[in-house]
Ligand binder design. Structure first.
Ligand code: ADP
Length: 168
């Protein structure tokens, strides 16, 4: 009988996370059950202006995801596939909310597979309670003083409100 060699399956979940939402956290939780290790990577993208600093965004994710022992939070300025290769990742995870996400996500997945065919992109369907939710919606709601409890992890609500207040 063939011996079964346990393989460590590693996934990378990249994004801007400006800030992390309950939709992102739902994907992180589900990915942490499928993979042995999940690297949530805040991608530093110079063409995208973010409200929260890199440190804030990483701190928010760490606080929200600290209950998942196999999840680590990092950042990268590199090309995503280069970062994934460095981590020995088998899979890049992306969340899909609606058909409107599909085109750009599909294009990105194809491009990445041309660069590194060994790394698969896997899409997780957004949790049904979060299909409408994005970081932009959170920022907009925060400006109007809406209750953020339905949108973001409770651990970071005060910090988001504070930041919006300071920005006037
Ligand atoms: P990016 O700028 O890379 O799209 P985001 O932080 O907006 O970064 O999103 C990171 C990933 O999480 C993307 O794959 C996005 O489709 C997914 N995502 C965003 N919001 C949700 C949500 N509410 N539910 C599930 N997945 C989501």
């Amino acid at each position: 009988m063939n011996e079964i060699i346990p393989l460590v399956k590693v996934a990378v979940y990249p994004g801007s996370f400006d800030p992390i939402t309950l939709g992102h956290l739902n994907i992180i939780r589900r990915a942490s059950r499928i993979f042995d290790r999940v690297y949530v990577c805040v991608m530093v993208n110079s063409s995208k202006r973010s409200l929260f600093t890199l440190e804030e965004r990483m701190d928010f994710i760490r606080r929200a995801a600290c209950r998942f022992p196999n999840v680590e939070v990092e950042h990268s300025e590199k090309l995503l596939v280069e970062y994934a290769k460095e981590k020995n990742a088998d899979v890049i995870i992306r969340g899909l909310r609606a058909v409107s996400d599909f085109e750009s996500e599909f294009q990105m997945a194809m491009t990445n597979s041309k660069i590194e065919p060994k790394i698969e992109t896997m899409f997780l369907a957004a949790g049904d309670a979060y299909t409408y939710l994005s970081s932009s919606v959170v920022k907009e709601m925060a400006k109007y003083g809406a209750d953020l409890g339905k949108f973001v992890p409770w651990e970071i609500i005060d910090d988001i409100e504070q930041k919006i207040k300071n920005r006037g």
